[in-house]
Design a protein around this ligand. Structure first.
Ligand code: SF4
Length: 237
């Protein structure tokens, strides 16, 4: 696997554990509000980190960490994901995976073999082509992805794996009812997070100056959906 970034220590990326977070380059989505512009659009401009050095560090500092988390970009596009998980497991670390859900064929065996312990998956919009393609920046030739995202969602719901589904609320892309509909798709998972889009550098420059939803609007959505989940978080940024 090629890593493009490494946050050595995080207290928030893996629930309840101190984790080390690795970033992979490239993504098959083009969410206009994405904060990882360079990682998604120009991954080759970022030098690869040496995976050997990463594992050496983790082995030497094993007692500091409970988990590693793979994020991106989109990690399921990478070769060698399974091997990475095995190496982390050999250090007795829990493995977390952040994904956009577009590759259920990669997710399934990782869940079934217990190589991944926790999955964070973004739901970009209600599962309907117009809304999803706009929020995820998908082309018409990618229509098939919608079915695959639905498959990943069903996989997670059926697996009983520890997972968090989440949606970033972006004015202009999501109505309040859209946010409720997305939460409804996630019913049955333990954790759901509604997070406010906060303007900063974004993949589509037009979103850099976009005004976030007022907290009161998201609080009103939260009031409608929080009872559906064992753990619900409203992240206002
Ligand atoms: S926000 Fe969208 S474009 Fe950015 S990494 Fe995630 S799925 Fe890819």
């Amino acid at each position: 696997m090629a890593f493009k970034g490494w946050q050595k220590t995080s207290l928030i990326e893996y629930p309840g554990r101190v984790s080390s977070v690795l970033f992979t380059g490239g993504c098959n989505f083009r969410c206009p509000f994405c904060y990882n512009r360079r990682l998604v659009l120009e991954p080759d401009s970022i030098p690869d980190l040496d995976p050997g050095a990463v594992f050496e560090y983790l082995a030497a500092n094993r007692r500091l960490y409970g988990a590693v988390v793979l994020t991106g970009g989109e990690p399921t596009l990478q070769q060698g994901l399974e091997e990475f998980c095995r190496r982390a497991k050999a250090l007795d670390l829990l493995v977390g995976l952040e994904t956009n859900g577009s590759r259920p064929e990669t997710l399934r065996p990782l869940l079934e073999s217990g190589l991944v312990d926790y999955v964070g998956m973004d739901l970009k919009a209600p599962l309907e082509w117009q809304a999803y393609s706009r929020a995820a920046g998908l082309r018409n030739s990618q229509r098939g992805l919608l079915k695959r995202i639905g498959e990943s969602l069903r996989l997670l719901l059926a697996s009983g794996a520890d997972c968090e589904l989440r949606c970033t609320a972006v004015p202009g892309l999501h109505s309040e009812q859209d946010l409720v509909s997305v939460a409804e798709l996630a019913r049955g998972v333990r954790r759901f997070a509604l997070q406010a889009f906060v303007a900063r550098e974004t993949l589509d420059p037009a979103f850099c100056a976009l005004k976030a939803y007022p907290a009161a609007t998201l609080e009103a959505v939260a009031a409608r959906v929080r009872g559906w989940f064992e753990r619900f978080e409203l992240r206002l940024g």
